[in-house]
Structure formats: structure tokens, C-alpha cells
Write a protein that binds this ligand. Structure first.
Ligand SMILES: [Fe+2]
Length: 231
């Protein structure tokens, strides 16, 4: 019998951020106030969730109501970096964009990725079990030697894949609960589950940008902002 070797994973971290009920209520109040003040209402259609960054609220990290939350976020980002053996002490961590989302009924967020960012997260500020989860799509599909094998609805129906496992899956529903935070590389394609009834689900997302502290003899990575110059 031969032996199978699996390489090249996608690592997603699920951790928890515990805030007091009072803090969570303050954040929710702020988010629902943002929704009322939406600046681009025609952008949202009936089937899409409300996303604050498209409605004029893309910097909630500068809102004092979210200050404690982002202190905890930083710890989780370091946890992610260290989990994959990246030396976080040599890096500076920034939040470049952050926003809330609100999902009601069967609203969802279509497939996308955050290509201007390095790490992204979803934190579930308000979620019941039946609310939609994140769905990750693997675009690399190293094992998909027959195009369409992994995601084709008809090959799925005929059960050409006998049993789904890490070797033959290119889409995964990632279950999470209220207070969970899910961190993933920003370039990962993701969406929220479609056709799931949401009960006023509220999440917070942000794009995390990472620079090197010291670029001497370091060819790659983003240089420190203090050395940049607007020209
Ligand atoms: Fe996203």
C-alpha cells in the first residue's frame, strides 16, 4: 500500500472574543444607527445583506465604541500569525478598513475576496445557530485533476465523489457562533451561505494590513509607512 501525502493547506483560525453584554449592546446600537444613516441605499438590493463599508461606514475602528473590541482583535491576529509560525514581533499590524454587516431573512453576501488586504476576519456580534455561516471556496483545487469534479452539482448528484474529505473539497461551510471570530487570508474567496433565513444577524469584518518593522536586507513584505512619501 502506498502512502498519500497532503501539502499546501488553507489555515483558518476560529477564536473567541468575550465582551460584556453592555459593550456588545453599545456596539449594536452604533451599528443600527449606521444602518439608519445609510448613505448609499440603492446599492443594497433585496437579496443582499447590509454592508456598512458600502454605506459610508468603513472605519468603525476609529469609533470609540469599538476600541476595546479592536484591542482583542489584535491579540487574535497575533494568535493566527504565531499559529502558522510567522514571527509577529517583526511585523506591524494595521486595520485599514472595518465595517459591520446586518443580515435579515435570506439576505447574503456574494462571493468575493479582499485583494487590497492581507488578513481578514468575521466576528459574530449577534448570531443564532440557524443564521448563515461563512462559506470558503478554494480556487487552487490542486487535487481537481478533472475540471468540475469537486463543485459540479451533477457530479455531486451522481456521487462521483463517494465521500467528501480534505482531499476532494473545494467549498466548505465554516460553522461559527456568537462571539466567535474567524481569521483567514484576505485573498481567500468567501461568501455567506445563500438561502438561509437570518434573524437580524450582525457581524463585524475588517481588513488587516501587515508591514515589516525593519526592511534592512528584506526584499519582500510591505515597508513601514513612516518611510513612505506622498509624491
Ligand atoms: Fe468578505
Amino acid at each position: 500500500m502506498g502512502q498519500i501525502f497532503n501539502f499546501f493547506p488553507l489555515s483558518v483560525l476560529k477564536s473567541k472574543i468575550h465582551l460584556s453584554e453592555d459593550q456588545k449592546k453599545k456596539m449594536l446600537d452604533e451599528i443600527f444607527a449606521m444602518e439608519k444613516e445609510s448613505k448609499n441605499e440603492e446599492y443594497k438590493n433585496k437579496s443582499s445583506a447590509w454592508t456598512g463599508d458600502t454605506q459610508g461606514f468603513e472605519y468603525i475602528h476609529n469609533n470609540p465604541a469599538f476600541e476595546d473590541f479592536f484591542i482583542e482583535v489584535k491579540k487574535v491576529i497575533i494568535e493566527y500569525l504565531e499559529a502558522i509560525e510567522v514571527d509577529s514581533k517583526q511585523l506591524n499590524i494595521f486595520v485599514q478598513r472595518s465595517w459591520a454587516t446586518i443580515s435579515n431573512e435570506k439576505e447574503n453576501i456574494a462571493l468575493h475576496k479582499h485583494l487590497q488586504s492581507h488578513l481578514s476576519f468575521a466576528y459574530y456580534l449577534k448570531k443564532i445557530q440557524s443564521d448563515a455561516n461563512l462559506l470558503f471556496i478554494d480556487e487552487t483545487k490542486h487535487n481537481e485533476f478533472l475540471p468540475g469534479l469537486f463543485l459540479s452539482p451533477t457530479s455531486n448528484k451522481k456521487q462521483i465523489i463517494k465521500k467528501r474529505n480534505i482531499s476532494n473539497s473545494a467549498a466548505i461551510v465554516f460553522e461559527a457562533q456568537e462571539n466567535d471570530i474567524v481569521v483567514f487570508p484576505s485573498k481567500t474567496s468567501h461568501q455567506t451561505q445563500p438561502n438561509i433565513k437570518n434573524n437580524n444577524r450582525v457581524s463585524i469584518s475588517a481588513d488587516i494590513f501587515i508591514t515589516a518593522k525593519d526592511t534592512e536586507n528584506l526584499e519582500n513584505l510591505v515597508t513601514p509607512f513612516e518611510n513612505w512619501k506622498s509624491i
